[in-house]
Design a protein around this ligand. Structure first.
Ligand code: PHE
Length: 360
């Protein structure tokens, strides 16, 4: 037996005798590592004569390959044994009661948005969206609020730093810019019925104002649209939303640059055990702004105001949620406190219905 044969027998025996992955690795390092015996042998090839190398090279390589293969086989066998042992050890008791899956809940704002989409879908309205980072033209100018108009100051706008010659960008202060975008998208010659729910931003913060809040815009453009259509639509919407037939509306003459005439809409409440409940007319709560779309705005949207009329309304979604589901601090809506969500949230798998109720 040559030295190489002896070494081979010795190493293969050591591989076979390894009782675990650590022991096997020690054998591997001893043979094939930087200081390993086989590595050492390979290094001697450089010092041999070409004839000798021709004989010894293949032998040493053959040894290396045989040992490498034996180590791989042994490793696979040890891994399998390890898995078998674990499978035998870690039994699963199928009779134990299952843990419930922690389902999240739907935020009241999302719930109300779903309800709005559903109510207005029944009235033939599609849902439209627009960007939250708006350009000053869509948010103000096209809505008949020119540069010097005091309404711009009233909106507490978040502006972006202005670049040289660039369009003035801002966080939209209301969903009304979607009116313009919807008219442009429709191309100036088709009737429109959309609602546009989404985030809006104003620099304001107290119990009833947060810098980010939600609005829903409504827009109808058609021929022969009157204030009567506006009133009927709002009445139908609010009755469906609050799920009461005794909803009373009060349209108060008001002013918005983008509507003429304009009306603020109050909904009547009754006092039940000292608490305000929507319905009846013991008192009034303002819920939305509305009006007939101003001809300048119809024109800015690419429609001919002599042919097309329309009405629009804008409403705070958070406020609707507060009135329907009885929360009193708007800031809690956006704190992300899981306890608040557990209490006021809606079951995630519920199909949006109008009878969800609090803590479903
Ligand atoms: N955009 C107005 C606001 O934010 C609401 C509104 C929308 C009023 C459409 C009239 C018509 O206050």
């Amino acid at each position: 037996m040559t030295d190489l044969d002896q070494l081979r027998d010795h190493l293969l025996a050591a591989v076979e005798a390894s009782g675990g992955l650590d022991a096997l690795d020690t054998v591997r390092v001893g043979a094939l590592g930087k200081q390993g015996t086989i590595t050492g042998l390979l290094k001697t090839l450089g010092g041999m004569s070409p004839e000798q190398r021709l004989v010894e090279g293949p032998r040493i390589q053959g040894l290396r390959e045989a040992v490498t293969a034996a180590i791989a086989d042994k490793k696979a066998a040890l891994d399998r044994a390890d898995l078998d042992a674990r499978l035998a050890r870690e039994t699963l008791d199928m009779t134990l009661p299952a843990d419930g899956v922690g389902a999240g809940s739907v935020h009241p704002v999302s719930q109300v948005m779903d309800e709005l989409a559903e109510i207005f879908a029944d009235l033939g309205f599609a849902v439209a969206t627009g960007p939250e980072i708006e350009d000053d033209w869509y948010n103000f100018t096209a809505l008949n609020i020119p540069e010097t108009h005091p309404a711009r100051a009233m909106h507490d706008t978040f502006y972006f730093p202005e670049g040289e010659g660039e369009r003035k960008m801002l966080l939209r202060t209301h969903t009304s810019p979607v009116q313009i975008r919807a008219m442009q998208a429709a191309g100036g010659n088709k009737p429109i019925r959309i609602i546009a729910p989404g985030r809006t931003y104003r620099s304001d913060s107290d119990a009833t104002h947060t810098p980010m809040f939600h609005q829903v815009e409504g827009l109808v453009i058609d021929k022969g649209i009157t204030l009567g259509h506006l009133k009927w639509t709002l009445e139908t919407f609010l009755k469906a939303f609050f799920e009461r037939d005794d909803i009373v509306l009060r349209l108060r003459p008001s002013y918005f640059p983008f509507t003429e005439p304009s009306a603020e809409v109050d909904v009547g409440f009754s006092l039940v055990n000292g608490k305000r409940v929507i319905g009846g007319s013991d008192g009034w709560m303002e819920v939305l702004g509305s009006g007939m779309v101003h001809r300048t705005v119809i024109e800015a949207g690419g429609y001919d105001p002599d042919e097309w009329q329309g009405f629009a309304f804008g409403c705070g979604i958070d406020r609707l949620a507060m009135l329907k589901y009885g929360m009193d601090d708007l800031r809690a809506f956006f704190d992300g406190d899981i306890r608040w969500l557990k209490h006021y949230g809606f079951a995630a798998l519920d199909v949006p219905t109008l009878s969800g109720g609090v803590g479903a």
